[in-house]
Write a protein that binds this ligand. Structure first.
Ligand code: NDP
Ligand code: DGY
Length: 331
């Protein structure tokens, strides 16, 4: 009797929507990390051992030499549940002939909407408003016309750090609020994105000095780790609001705490922090002018389903030796 062909083995370090996963399960032997907590490093390494394909995500799942060595030389493809690639040693994957896929574009809308939500929530002090209602201090509002007074988006200067797919999607949405100007900064001029919305390229310092809202939407690389440090916050307006949907490492959190506490800047809305999860003892969480969401910008039903479908497409392509649909690099 001839032996049945072996199904390729896939380890998914994150559980994903069932529909997409069931498509993968028909063609592969899939092991999924279950539960609400990310796998520990050891669980991640153990899960990867002997696999043909891996599904990873940025939070705690660093793809480095140790992981690739542990997985073994049969590993063909890694797909990350993210557009960001900062947790993956791309050069090493290239060197080892391991294909890497990611999920650009399908998550741009959801992430941009979260960026706008954070901006509006911090501008209108929603966190403080909710607390005031729950604590029963509502009632003084008519005695003090400036109680919980917020900041208007109309007429403001918006500064986008990183006018990529997501930065542009945020800028387009904010343009509808009748802002006075949109500025952007980055390593390169991006006229194809900037010109249609009238965005103006400036230096990082000019953006800090002029913006009422600074939105961080860049990818992370060696040029921008710790970019928002004490000196950067000093250059910002005292009323400025910082929104970060990029990665926590772009911001020096101690410097941010000091800037928010001392009134160097007005407020901050963060979807990303260092570390993640942010410990509940973080001083940032004691501040009324700091709003933190749990790295959830892509988490809409539509987007998470689309990400899962794209991940499955990429995994199957990688296992079958085809080009990935959304490769992180070209061969
Ligand atoms: P893109 O590649 O389209 O855009 C990245 C942008 O970052 C480019 O415009 C690039 O411009 C800019 N950039 C890189 N370095 C710098 C720098 N030093 N200063 C200013 N700008 C810089 O990526 P996306 O827009 O699709 O995604 C951006 C990032 O958003 C992801 O890499 C990820 O980290 C984060 N993200 C977070 C999510 C969340 O859940 N919070 C969800 C999705 C994405 P240039 O090359 O000209 O410098
Ligand atoms: C991304 O796509 O980079 C996000 O951070 C994933 O959640």
């Amino acid at each position: 009797m001839s032996e049945l062909p072996k199904l390729p083995k896939v380890y998914a370090a994150i559980s994903m929507p069932l529909e997409g996963m069931n498509r993968l399960r028909k063609l592969c032997q899939v092991t999924v990390h279950e539960g609400n907590q990310d796998p520990t490093r050891q669980e991640f390494l153990d899960g990867a051992r002997g696999m043909d394909a891996l599904i990873v995500c940025p939070k705690t799942m660093t793809v480095d030499k140790e992981l690739l060595d542990t997985a073994g030389s049969q590993l063909k493809v890694i797909v990350t549940h993210s557009v960001g690639l900062d947790h993956i040693d791309i050069d090493l994957c290239k060197e080892r002939g391991v294909k890497v896929g990611h999920t650009p574009d399908v998550l741009t809308t959801a992430t941009a909407e979260q960026g706008v939500a954070l901006l509006m929530a911090t501008a209108r002090r929603i966190q403080e408003c909710i607390r005031a209602v729950k604590d029963g201090v509502w009632g003084t509002v008519w005695d003090n016309a400036m109680w919980l007074a917020g900041k208007e988006i109309a007429g403001s200067v918006i500064g986008i750090v990183g006018l990529g797919r997501i930065g542009l999607a945020i800028a387009k949405r904010l343009a509808a609020f009748d802002v006075s100007k949109i500025l952007y900064t980055g390593r390169n001029l991006r006229p194809e994105s900037a010109d249609p919305i009238g965005a103006e390229f400036v230096t990082f310092d000019q953006l800090l000095e002029q913006s009422d809202f600074v939105v961080v939407a860049c990818s992370v690389n060696d040029s921008n780790k710790g970019l928002f440090d004490e000196a950067a916050f000093k250059k910002m307006k005292n009323t400025a609001i910082l929104v970060n949907i990029s990665r926590g490492v772009v911001v020096d959190q101690d410097a941010l705490y000091n800037a928010l506490k001392s009134g160097e800047i007005g407020a901050a809305g963060l979807d990303v922090t260092t570390p993640e999860p942010l410990p509940t003892s973080s001083p940032l969480l004691t501040l009324p002018n700091c709003l933190v969401t749990p790295h959830i910008a892509t988490c809409t039903v539509t987007t998470r389903n689309a990400m899962c479908e794209l991940i499955v497409d990429n995994i199957l392509a990688g296992l079958e030796g085809r080009s990935l649909k959304t490769p992180a690099f070209l061969y």
